[in-house]
Design a protein around this ligand. Structure first.
Ligand SMILES: [Zn+2]
Ligand SMILES: [Zn+2]
Length: 267
């Protein structure tokens, strides 16, 4: 063949389909091409909507610190081009014939996972996040052998098992961070029974996770103490997020007084 098809790129001597042509549905996103931390426009493609798939128009996507680590390959596992984003929210535009939970127009989200083996012990206990073959929302190989791309893009498709309904009364932009940062702190609070009114909860660190933990704990009716290295966060903790107390962890005296107070109260 004399001419080179534009949809084909060559890897060694083997021709492979380009990112734009490997699937039938056109998609646009922002991708890291190297570890510089810069993202640039990226034309790629998504699979067609399978029987159990939900397709959504992405309207917002949270920026998780994991996205920064992966974009810069700080964990050594990045595969470029890499489209980050695993706090993805939008509206359903198409559903597969066997989809039961969603219909076109629904507000939905996709978090960190889009697949797993569904046959191991963890999967059988609804713990796909521990599955040795879990498939991450971006930077993983999907069941069909193609790379997964995240939510810094205009469209997304996922098996309905990995799609979450966003209540109609929740603004989508506010809902996005719940899909990674939110569940990361909600899950342990719930799992360890730290969600009873009247409990006194300490939240260490007031970053992306900590501030959501404070909001959950307050919503559960708990008393909340924020423990931070930075005195500058006191105003935000108390006035903006509604924490009851604030301790500077680098202030030994403060910590000691609190420890003694707790210890004498506990025994
Ligand atoms: Zn995350
Ligand atoms: Zn599994």
């Amino acid at each position: 063949m004399a001419s080179t098809n534009a949809s084909v790129v060559f890897s060694g001597s083997k021709a492979v389909t380009s990112h734009e042509e490997e699937h039938p549905v056109k998609a646009f996103g922002w991708a890291a091409r190297d570890n510089s931390g810069h993202l640039s426009p990226f034309n790629f493609s998504r699979r067609s909507t399978g029987e159990e798939d939900v397709r959504l128009k992405v309207l917002y996507c949270g920026i998780c610190h994991t996205d920064l680590h992966n974009s810069k390959n700080e964990w050594g596992s990045a595969s470029y081009p890499l489209v980050p984003g695993h706090e993805v929210v939008g509206t359903v535009t198409e559903v597969g014939s066997k989809v039961k939970k969603f219909k076109v127009g629904d507000k939905v989200g996709v978090g960190s996972l889009v697949g797993a083996c569904h046959s191991c012990d963890d999967c059988s206990h609804d713990l796909e996040n521990y599955c040795p073959k879990l498939i991450l929302t971006y930077g993983s190989l999907y069941h069909d052998g193609t790379m997964t791309y995240g939510g810094y893009s205009d469209t997304m498709v996922a098996n309905e098992r990995y799609v979450i309904r966003i209540p109609d009364n929740m603004p989508l932009d506010k809902g996005a961070p719940l899909l990674c940062a939110g569940i990361t702190v909600y899950s342990p609070l719930k799992y360890y029974g730290l969600n009873e009114p009247g409990m006194h909860i300490g939240i260490v660190g007031l970053g992306g996770l900590g501030h959501i933990a404070v909001k959950f704990a307050k919503a559960f009716g708990c008393k909340v103490t924020v423990i931070s290295t930075s005195p500058a966060k006191k105003k935000e903790a108390i006035e903006h997020l509604g924490a009851d107390m604030f301790l500077v962890s680098r202030d030994e005296q403060q910590m000691q007084v609190e420890y003694v107070a707790w210890y004498s109260h506990a025994f």
